[in-house]
Design a protein around this ligand. Structure first.
Ligand code: GCO
Length: 476
């Protein structure tokens, strides 16, 4: 069968997040974020790595954009550090923060690169956590909306594509259930309420976007790990459907339709942990309907029926997250994760499943009928710099190639795909895994505490992706 070509003006992109690349954690009036504090608490991150310096992108953004231009990148997705714009989270605006992002946007546009802005990539201003508990209060929606409106007014004339919240399921799940991200809470009831409040924030910002950037497009980025059944045993099928409902529809249904899945809500009600939904909340969600679903895709997860009926199971959320966190389930007696004999795994124990990306795209299209922007996809590896200053990352090329082919198959299936952003452009800080876990096309010469020179080195994948873009995905 003939594969359809990628659409014209397809956004061949690459992505990053402020805390993971910028550094300059206290420069030019920036306030502190929860990560500036949390990563420095003992035992929270790999070898105490933190984003104080990161890739020093704040000071070297021109050099980085020049590399993007050399590669022919069509889109660059980056996030704004809320605390650079509003050091206290709300109130007084830091003009130097606005200027930094404004300059970055102008630099990108001057090279013909479409900026894609993420409003929230996890670096909540610490002041808002201290003041009222951050996402645990409904006040977060007012403050996020105020911050978003400042960004829309400052950059909306030049930036068409926006991501509201990045991986709400991960930052809320890790922040309030597994306790691995700030604020380190492990309580499912609090998790579900913080998550509801994050939906309020998301919808308020999208409503403001309609008013302030009427010609732009906005959507959340969801970390979607499609659920597979272990076998064709009906109990396993039900288990994987339940996992899909609890771990994915719980978020995507609200974004797309403004409703929580009923079975999951009934279950949480019976457990006494359902979020408090006030009159007007669901109407607001429906007003905040996105233009596209942002998809961060790394892997699929396989489930089987849980024969233990939940006895002894810990209340943990399955996530697309780090090694060792995707073991048990939130729903006693319904499902648990299992091995998948057909899939290889990365060094961080993530399954490698290009066909799963096609599954994800088809499911999102079939259920929600929304266009999709792939906002992240990539391979974290231990890259090695050779003596002659090269990085031979053929494994990354192989990984990306297979996933891009899956995109093309999905386009042929009828998926409306707006673009494909790899994670990431340069190497950057992995929140919990430090600088050893590298995703970039551009190698950054540094280790956890040894900064070396932060030199930028083009990996083999850099040259490869340039040709992919040039041929609009024909030449893989
Ligand atoms: C890591 C993760 C991240 C995420 C990204 C999510 O290793 O820390 O892979 O880099 O993918 O921040 O949006």
């Amino acid at each position: 069968e003939e594969l359809k070509p990628f659409p014209e003006h397809f956004l061949w992109g690459s992505a990053s997040a402020a805390y993971q690349v910028e550094g300059a954690w206290d420069s030019d009036g920036k306030g502190l974020s929860v990560w500036d504090i949390y990563a420095k608490l003992p035992g929270t991150t790999f070898k105490d790595s933190n984003g104080d310096v990161a890739a020093d992108h704040y000071n070297r953004y021109k050099e980085d954009v020049a590399l993007m231009a050399e590669m022919g990148l069509k889109a660059y997705r980056f996030s704004i550090a809320w605390a650079r714009i509003l050091p206290e989270g709300r109130g007084k605006v830091n003009e130097a923060g606005i200027r930094f992002y404004s300059d970055l946007i102008d630099e990108l546009l001057s090279k013909g690169i479409e900026p894609v802005i993420t409003l929230y990539h996890w670096d909540l201003p610490q002041a808002l956590l201290d003041e009222y508990g951050g996402f645990e209060s409904r006040r977060i929606a007012d403050d996020f909306d105020e911050y978003a409106r400042i960004c829309f007014r400052s950059f909306g004339d030049r930036v068409r594509y926006w991501v509201s919240l990045n991986e709400q399921n991960i930052f809320i799940g890790f922040g309030y259930m597994t306790g691995m991200h700030p604020p380190g809470v492990k309580d499912k009831k609090r998790m579900l309420q913080a998550n509801h409040n994050a939906f309020l924030a998301n919808a308020r910002a999208i409503r403001s976007f309609r008013e302030l950037v009427p010609n732009g497009k906005i959507g959340p980025s969801f970390a979607y790990s499609p659920a597979y059944p272990r076998t064709s045993k009906p109990e396993d099928i039900l288990a994987s459907e339940d996992a899909e409902e609890i771990l994915s529809h719980w978020w995507m249904d609200v974004y797309a339709w403004g409703t929580y899945p009923k079975a999951a809500m009934d279950l949480y009600r019976s457990q006494g942990i359902a979020p408090e939904v006030l009159p007007g909340d669901l109407e607001l969600f429906r007003e905040g309907k996105p233009d596209f679903m942002g998809l961060n895709y790394y892997q699929t997860t396989t489930y089987e029926a849980n024969p233990l009926d939940g006895v002894g199971e810990k209340l943990e959320m399955n996530t697309t997250g780090e090694k060792g966190t995707s073991k048990s389930t939130g729903i006693p007696g319904v499902y648990r994760t299992s091995a998948n004999d057909y899939l290889e795994r990365t060094n961080w124990d993530w399954t490698i499943d290009p066909e799963g990306l096609r599954v994800a795209l088809r499911r999102i299209t079939g259920r929600y009928n929304l266009p999709v922007l792939i906002t992240e996809n990539g391979l974290g590896e231990y890259d090695k710099l050779t003596g002659d200053d090269k990085v031979h990352d053929d494994y990354r090329i192989g990984y990306l190639k297979a996933h891009i082919l899956a995109c093309r198959e999905a386009v042929t299936d009828g998926v409306e795909l707006l673009g494909y952003c790899t994670w990431s452009f340069t190497d950057l800080l992995s929140w919990l895994n430090g600088y050893q876990k590298r995703y970039g096309f551009v190698y950054i010469n540094r280790e956890e505490t040894d900064l070396k020179d932060l030199r930028r080195v083009r990996k083999d994948s850099f040259h490869w992706y340039r040709r992919v873009i040039e041929s609009n995905g024909e030449e893989l």
